[in-house]
Design a protein. Sequence first.
Length: 386
Amino acid sequence: MSNFFRKNVNRFNKWIYTPINVLLKSNSFRNDKNYRMNSDVAKCVEDRKELSGDDSALLKRISVAYIKASNDLLAHSEVFRPSNEWLPIYKHNLKEAIQALEECNTSDLDKIYRNFWREPCSTGLVGLPVDMKSSFFGKAQNISYVNKSLYLNDSIHRFNLWKKLLGQRFPIDSLISPVIGNPYGYFIDEKFIKSGADYQHYYATRINDLLNVKQGRKIVAEIGGGFGGMAYYLIRDAKNSTYIDFDLPENLALTTYYLLKAFPEKKVLLYGEAELDGMKLADYDIILMPSFQLDKLPDATCDLIFNSYSLAEMSAKTISHYVLRSSKLIKEGGWFFHVNHTKHSLVSARDFPIPDNFELISEEFAAWNLGRNSNMDEFEFLYKKK
């Protein structure tokens, strides 16, 4: 499949196929007690921006780490730079955030990050397959019928899937997380749940289930942690572990903001504050590093490495480097766990270059994206190192 054809297939799935497919599911949700078409969508997307508090020290720390990471990135391989689907996002959606970070302009950065769920800097990390700003924000009761349906169907589908998978083990309250960055979401029994929380909590729980914390502190790394949504639940619930995120410097800056706001008491290491290859990882709760630091982490360091979707958005060369490097970082008996596309990507997740010393434990359909269910494109893969 040519790159041109693949891009247009992806565009069709995102903007045409997905909304239509979701709308066709509407009737199956109308009897759900949480399906309230006439009022709740406006409430779901209402403004929740934090209006007070001084984060200037945190934002300065983030900018210092970002400037060093973005400068040092130039000296490393192109596999650690934005590629494929992320290139247009960097060119068009991150300009304001990048400028504020580069200038260490804490005032502008504060305005962006306090509202990051609704700012261009979170493109690709949150939201439905429609333009949230034009379709939902500030529209009160004028949100269209189609967009209300998309929003409610997607939210209820994800929650019901979470309930099916984990609802017998966890109360709804386990999905509640800090209201940072002016998020939107949905209400279950009048409790506000951020969009994506169900998916993020599920994978954090899966990871926790794989770790045996009774045998000592565990090291968990994520490749491309988004804004830190899954990491929040993992850090909150895994009491005896160190979380490491490897990501592009711009995404990492946002992750740092979210996680340090959520966990001000945790001991956190940012890039440039210590050498990753010469320090004791277990001394920290959270370590946030640019992707090229993967090559600095000693072999056989991690008990588990996780990735969701971003590997499939990379070039074949980049995928190969990340997968093979991860295989060396994982301890014997450790886990490589990822969720990725099997069709709509340059390299199918089934064709990732997993070394022979890893055993495929399970391959399961990931049904979180309602609009793509009939495509059978998204799967979660769990490998164990022999």
